[in-house]
Structures are given as structure tokens and as C-alpha cells.
Design a protein around this ligand. Structure first.
Ligand SMILES: [Fe+2]
Length: 399
């Protein structure tokens, strides 16, 4: 490890081990019905389902589409359901499907990698059209001369919602956390990392929500005190809008560190130290030597990692802004970082929401609503203004 209390030298700052994820030369397709169900073959029959596992993966074939795991063919023009839907499908007989950009590999293969190493890259899993729309919202790439006018990315373009509910990465995340009932920790925002000025503070080493190891506890003990073993309390999802490269500030990781179940070493430069004014001028950048990792991936890729994984922000040493959507996914039994319900309600009033199909609306609503189902009935839980004021007053009074 970093060793001792020595200050980081420049070689230590920009000398991570690079893991390059290349742009695939081919992708599978998803066949999506008008209401958003995915055509799948289950038990030898076609059905519609709301999730994408291996059963929903197709390839373009002569005259139609070939089901990847079974080899079964459906003819184009008759890519329609002739069998009644079973399980969780929403379709009716004869519903036409539209081929959509799919993953390069089978979902089960990404899941196996995630389980094996605690992180996985889904290269270019978003379509080029979606990436282009995200660049426009984030004012990166061809739109770098524009300035973002709103922090509510979700409301600006349906592509933001579509990217954030990308079905393969959600399926992998649900499987990895062992529950279908997952939530966003905060609303999705397209962020743009601007070129470094040599002075600003650079976010130091930490683990993500809800663990937050290495981050100062300013909220009164709201932390996961120990490692949670096989119980996974969070998966971080980095959607690369721009290409992620070491030079433009791709996240710096210690890959595999989720298994250590502990806070990153203090001498690497913890978040709790690096955010303080004057820290960088005095101590330099947090550790970024050969024991650390950078995942370079093309725009449109999604990186998933176990929230315990030690990481820190990169430093953008180019003249270009680097766009990303950084997301927290948690099981429903963890309290989210932000009450998403207000953001969801505002989104549902927008033109962007009006463009989503039934499955997409259902998925984003589920991910952004904290609910409780009990003997009294079913309720959405949100922030109560009066109770919040009372709590703040009590904190102030106690000094
Ligand atoms: Fe983080």
C-alpha cells in the first residue's frame, strides 16, 4: 500500500494501472414492444417481460432475428407474439416489436464478471443516439460551447431516463444485490467534469453510499459501521457519456478492495482530508500510483462496481469537459441519500416523461419512490417539512 505518511509525488498521482475496455464491433438486439415489454423466449415460447436477462437477447439473422441462447428464429414482419403472454409480460397477441441496440455480451456473462471481481464494464451498451442526447444535456462533446441551464437533467430529455434505466445493467445490479426491489440513492444528473486548474480540491479516497467510508460524518451517525459481507448494500453505476480516459479524469479505483470490507488507508488521502481548503496546495493530490486502477471505456459504456470499492475522483488534464451520470443503486431497505419522490413528480409533468412507454415509466417510478407496505396499507415515504424543522431546531438548541 501507499506506505507511511509521505507526501504523494507526481509519479504517485498519475500512475494507475490502466484497464482498457474497447468498443465492441457488434451488439445483440433487444426486441421491444410498444408498451416496452421485451420479447423473450422462456420454456420454448415467446413472451414479453419487463427485464432483460439472457432470454431477451437476439441477433439480427437472415429474414428476422435469432434467439441467442436457443437458436430459435422469428421472422421480421412477424416479430409479433402469437402466444399468450405468461409471467410478467404486458403484451397481447400480435404486438409488434422494434429492434433496439443491445449489449455486446449476454447479461449472465456480465453478472458472472461482477460476482467474480466486484466490478464490470458494459461497453457501449447505450445506443449512439442516446449518447448524443446525453452529450447535449450535459453540454459536452459537440455541445461544449453551451452551458448547462438546469440541474434537473431528467426533465430535459427522455434519453436521460432511458440511460438511467438501461435494462441489462439494472438486471445485473438486481441479481448482484439479491433483490429486485432497488432504488436510486439520488436523482440522475448528467455532470461534466471541467479541465483541472491545478488548484481545486480533488475528491479523495472513499467508499460510496451507503458505506461512505473515508467521508466525514456530518449527518449524525448515518453510516454503515462495518463491512456487510455477502449482503450488498449498494452498487455504483457510472454511465460514461464521454469516453472515459485517465487523462480526462476517469475515476481512480482500487479494484477488488470491496472484498476488504474496510475504509481505504488514510495515507492515500481520504475524502475527509482532501475536501478541506488548502489541502491540495499543502499535500498534493491523493494517491494514484501503480496499486490503483483506471478503467478506460468508450462513451455509452456503463461501469458497475460494488459500493465498498475504494475510489477517488480523477483529474481532467485535457481541455475538454468529460460527461457522466454517476448513480447510486441501493436495495429498497436502505434509506436513499435524497428523497427522489419530488423529483419524480416534477419529471412526470414534463414532455420528456410523455415520450416514455409504460414499462419505462413504471421502472423509473419504482426506482424513485420509497414505499412501505404494511398492515395500514401502502404508502410513499417522503420528507415531512414540519418534522424536519422540529429536528433541525432541536439540533440547533443542543448546540
Ligand atoms: Fe464515489
Amino acid at each position: 500500500m501507499g506506505g507511511g505518511n509521505h507526501l504523494m509525488t507526481n509519479e504517485d498521482a498519475f500512475n494507475s494501472t490502466i484497464h482498457r475496455v474497447s468498443r465492441p464491433d457488434r451488439h445483440h438486439v433487444l426486441l421491444e414492444s410498444e408498451r416496452g415489454g421485451y420479447l423473450a423466449r422462456v420454456g420454448g415460447e415467446c413472451t414479453l417481460q419487463n427485464h432483460v436477462d439472457d432470454a431477451a437477447i437476439w441477433d439480427v439473422a437472415d429474414g428476422g432475428f435469432r434467439h441467442v441462447t436457443s437458436g430459435a428464429l422469428v421472422a421480421a414482419g412477424s416479430v409479433a407474439l402469437n402466444a399468450p403472454t405468461t409471467v410478467d409480460g404486458d403484451g397481447t397477441s400480435g404486438t409488434p416489436c422494434v429492434p433496439r441496440h443491445g449489449p455486446a455480451e449476454l447479461p449472465s456473462s456480465y453478472l458472472a464478471t461482477m460476482r467474480e471481481q466486484g466490478w464490470v464494464a458494459l461497453p457501449s451498451v447505450l445506443s449512439p443516439e442516446t449518447v448524443e442526447a446525453l452529450e447535449r444535456v450535459g453540454c459536452t462533446g459537440p455541445w461544449s460551447d453551451q452551458q448547462q441551464t438546469s440541474r434537473h437533467s431528467l426533465n430535459q430529455d427522455p434519453a436521460v431516463a432511458r440511460a438511467t434505466i438501461e435494462p441489462v445493467s439494472l438486471w445485473v445490479t438486481r441479481q448482484y444485490m439479491g433483490t429486485d426491489d432497488i432504488r436510486f440513492g439520488h436523482p440522475p444528473t448528467v455532470s461534466a467534469m471541467t479541465p483541472d486548474d491545478g488548484e481545486r480540491s480533488v475528491q479523495g479516497w472513499h467508499s460510496d453510499f451507503p458505506y461512505l467510508w473515508g467521508i466525514p460524518d456530518t449527518v449524525g451517525g448515518n453510516r454503515v459501521p462495518t463491512g456487510s459481507g455477502e449482503l450488498v448494500l449498494g452498487v455504483q453505476r457510472n454511465i460514461c457519456v464521454s469516453d472515459f480516459r485517465a487523462e480526462n479524469g476517469a475515476t481512480v479505483f482500487k479494484l477488488g478492495s470491496h472484498a476488504l470490507q474496510q475504509c481505504p488507508p488514510e495515507e492515500w488521502g481520504l475524502f475527509s482530508a482532501t475536501y478541506k481548503a488548502g489541502h491540495r496546495a499543502k499535500h498534493g493530490l491523493p494517491y494514484g500510483g501503480p496499486e490503483t486502477d483506471v478503467i478506460e471505456a468508450p462513451g455509452g459504456s456503463i461501469l458497475l462496481y460494488d459500493a465498498r470499492t475504494w475510489h477517488r475522483a480523477g483529474v481532467n488534464r485535457t481541455n475538454e469537459r468529460r460527461g457522466a451520470i454517476l448513480q447510486v443503486l441501493i436495495p429498497s431497505y436502505i434509506i436513499p441519500f435524497v428523497d427522489n419522490s419530488e423529483h419524480l413528480l416534477a419529471f412526470l409533468e414534463t414532455d420528456a416523461a410523455a415520450e416514455l412507454n409504460a414499462r419505462e415509466l413504471g421502472e423509473i417510478s419504482r426506482l424513485m419512490t420509497q414505499q412501505i407496505v404494511g398492515p395500514q396499507g401502502t404508502f410513499a415515504i417522503g420528507i415531512n417539512e414540519a418534522a424536519t424543522r422540529r429536528m433541525r431546531d432541536a439540533v440547533t438548541a443542543s448546540g
